[in-house]
Design a binder for this molecule. Structure first.
Ligand code: IPE
Ligand code: IPE
Ligand code: MG
Length: 229
């Protein structure tokens, strides 16, 4: 029997289908989805999850229509306008994983300030993967190591882990993907090597605390062997 996951990763999928089912533009689904993220973070705090890493916007999502990309990019400052004070009051440490160089300087400065301000908080680490792709993360990381003058022939699993966006954070114990797709879509490919996977058809805006508890109960029954017998 497992305890609860210390690190939970979530692919928050199904916003578009949620909106379509209500004959609403996709953006409405994304807005609902971002409110769900705030609620979900509070559930994680109350269940004692220590790290929460969520997939909000992928490197591949840049290929969506200009209108949808704009809506997705706007969601991050909107989320912060609404919840930044509460996140700080809850002592939630926020980090962004991804290629932030593709964000507008103003937005980038804002998130960097929040990351700096919340650095000392220890209730929950909320890692928001934004303009994030796992392959891009690996390439950026190796380039960063090369640029810093490191001898790449001496690199090992530990030194690479310590240079990734997720540096210093243990690997996820459990991954939840909502929305019914059975794939990783370029999320945390390195970090998920031994993560337990949980897929549900529930669309992200419909996900409830009872659904989270169901995922935890399923996880508790898993036998994690890490290759040992
Ligand atoms: C997830 O919802 C959010 C992002 C990928 C940005 P989708 O927009 O992928 O919703 P579906 O999968 O089309 O329903
Ligand atoms: C994964 O969902 C990305 C996020 C949830 C941010 P997608 O909807 O982009 O994934 P695919 O295209 O179905 O694989
Ligand atoms: Mg999707």
């Amino acid at each position: 029997m497992q305890g609860l996951p210390q690190h939970l990763a979530v692919i928050m999928d199904g916003n578009g289908r949620w909106a379509r089912a209500r004959a609403l533009p996709r953006q409405f689904g994304h807005r609902r989805g971002s409110e769900k993220l705030y609620e979900f973070s509070k559930w994680c705090v109350s269940h004692g999850v220590r790290y929460l890493t969520v997939y909000a916007f992928s490197t591949e999502n840049w290929q969506r229509s200009e209108e949808e990309v704009k809506a997705l990019l706007n969601l991050l400052p909107q989320f912060l306008d609404k919840h930044e004070a509460e996140l700080k009051a809850e002592r939630i440490r926020v980090k962004l994983f991804g290629d932030l160089s593709r964000l507008e300087p103003k937005l980038r400065q804002r998130v960097e300030a929040l990351i700096a301000d919340s650095r000392e908080f220890d209730r929950l680490d909320l890692n928001i993967c934004f303009s994030y792709g796992a392959r891009d993360e690996l390439v950026r990381t190796i380039r960063k190591l090369a640029a810093s003058g490191q001898d790449l022939s001496q690199i090992d699993e530990n030194s690479l882990s310590l240079a990734l966006d997720s540096a210093g954070i243990p690997d996820p114990d459990l991954l939840i993907r909502t929305g019914g797709e059975l794939r990783l879509s370029n999320f945390l490919l390195w970090q998920l090597a031994y993560t337990e996977l949980y897929f549900t058809d529930k669309l992200w805006p419909d996900f409830t605390e009872a659904d989270l508890i169901e995922a935890f109960n399923d996880y508790k029954k898993r036998q994690r062997r890490f290759g040992r017998r």
